[in-house]
Design a protein around this ligand. Structure first.
Ligand SMILES: *Cc1c(COP(=O)(O)O)cnc(C)c1O
Length: 393
């Protein structure tokens, strides 16, 4: 079984490029060029240099001693929370801004829900001096004021999406409309391993630095490149794609994907996309998405804004269908507890998205000799108010 994208842009039955005809030239230009550009020595050099000097890579692979003792197994944290801007998202935006420059683009657009991807995009636009417009639902703008302020401080324009539910999917629609109207000078930086081909593959490749580093680091401390498990939370799937990438075709490495169950998978307030999802098309790719019986996209819910997406990237839909990865869903309550636990056992306050991945130790048992890698996708500073309200701190 192949877990990478094929030349038609599919992962098994999922993926492809389902786009309006007017978007075809933009996506086709990217598809035609992305692998060529990424293979250029100059591109690689600039990408690696920025990951090192600007993002702060390689990120540490940290042996979590007290957490390991508590769950009687060997737990390593891949510290993406230490990246500049506080999460893995910047690995992708650095790659895409360099891609945009190579394609002679002068203007960047992006969509954002919680604002994390908007901030990562505004950051790299400031870095290279490019115009940046971020679309964001009106409701999200009100909910995520600090990130809106960050984007403005970085010089980006934040444009409200006023239609529909005025959240992420409406912001995405606005961004697509903008791209159709500005095909020549504009590049659209998508924020996860979603969207029409080649986006999911391109984003996975930019994030793959995570598992590339993990292999080298694990070899040094454990004498072997391959752990027994790699665990990551899944919103659209970019941090998981990066953490899994160089292990996809290593059958001895078990992959665990953690989705947000919200108030419970059966509660009607959840974002457990793979379990609840049915095949459909969202944002240009065929994948699993939450929909009603007549095909309307259902609003997802999670306490964590970054996991609150009604679909999942096509790579992950395939990992689910083929059973290459085990999918576990974790409720708000269990995630919040796990976030508090990591804070007090290791002195690391994780993002609430990440707390979902950490919560699996409550239910799933590992052997004392198992080596378990957790993708610590982001830090919890942005979530402090949610933690405060929840724990009445
Ligand atoms: C955005 C985000 C996620 C979810 O996005 P993926 O593309 O699935 O990785 C997870 N963790 C953090 C910290 C995030 O900011």
């Amino acid at each position: 079984m192949n877990y990478h994208v094929n030349e038609k842009g599919y992962y098994g039955q999922f993926g492809g490029a389902f786009i309006p005809e007017m978007l075809y030239p933009n996506v086709e230009e990217l598809r035609h060029n992305y692998l060529k550009v990424m293979a250029e020595p100059d591109f690689k050099k600039e990408f690696d240099q920025l990951l090192k000097d600007y993002v702060g890579r390689p990120t540490p692979l940290y042996f979590a001693k007290r957490l390991s003792k508590k769950y009687n197994t060997k737990i390593y944290l891949k510290r993406e929370d230490l990246c500049h801007t506080g999460a893995h998202k910047i690995n992708n935006t650095i790659g895409q801004i360099l891609m945009a420059k190579r394609l002679k683009k002068t203007r960047i657009i992006a969509e954002t829900g919680a604002g994390q991807h908007g901030v990562a995009t505004a950051t790299v636009c400031a870095l290279v001096g490019m115009e940046c417009v971020v679309y964001m639902g009106e409701i999200d703008i009100a909910r995520q004021a600090p990130n809106v302020a960050r984007m403005k401080m970085l010089g980006a324009e934040v444009r409200p999406a006023l239609s529909g539910s005025r959240t992420l999917k409406d912001a995405t629609n606005e961004a697509i409309r903008d791209w159709i109207n500005n095909p020549v000078n504009t590049h659209y930086i998508i924020g996860s391993a979603v969207g029409p081909h080649p986006y999911p593959d391109m984003v996975a490749r930019f994030q793959s630095v995570v598992s590339k580093e993990t292999k080298l680091q694990l070899k040094e401390v454990e004498g072997r490149e391959n752990p027994d498990y790699v665990v990551a939370c899944v919103g659209g799937g970019s941090n998981a794609a990066g953490a899994y990438y160089h292990y996809l075709n290593e059958p001895s490495v078990k992959l665990i994907a953690v989705e947000a169950a919200g108030k419970g998978v059966e509660s009607g307030e959840s974002a457990a996309t793979s379990v609840l999802g049915k095949e459909g098309v969202i944002h240009g790719s065929k994948t699993l998405l939450m929909q009603s019986t007549d095909g309307q996209i259902t609003e997802p819910y999670s306490i964590s804004a970054g996991l609150d997406y009604p679909g999942v990237g096509p790579m992950h839909a395939h990992l689910y269908k083929s059973k290459r990865a085990e999918f576990i869903s974790v409720t708000d309550d269990k995630a919040m507890e796990a976030g508090l636990e990591l804070s007090q056992l290791e002195g690391i306050i994780p993002a609430i998205e990440t707390s979902h991945a950490l919560a699996i130790f409550k239910d799933k048992k590992f052997k004392p000799k198992d080596v378990v890698i957790i993708s610590l996708s982001g830090r919890g500073d942005k979530d402090l108010n949610t933690y405060i309200d929840y724990f009445k701190l």
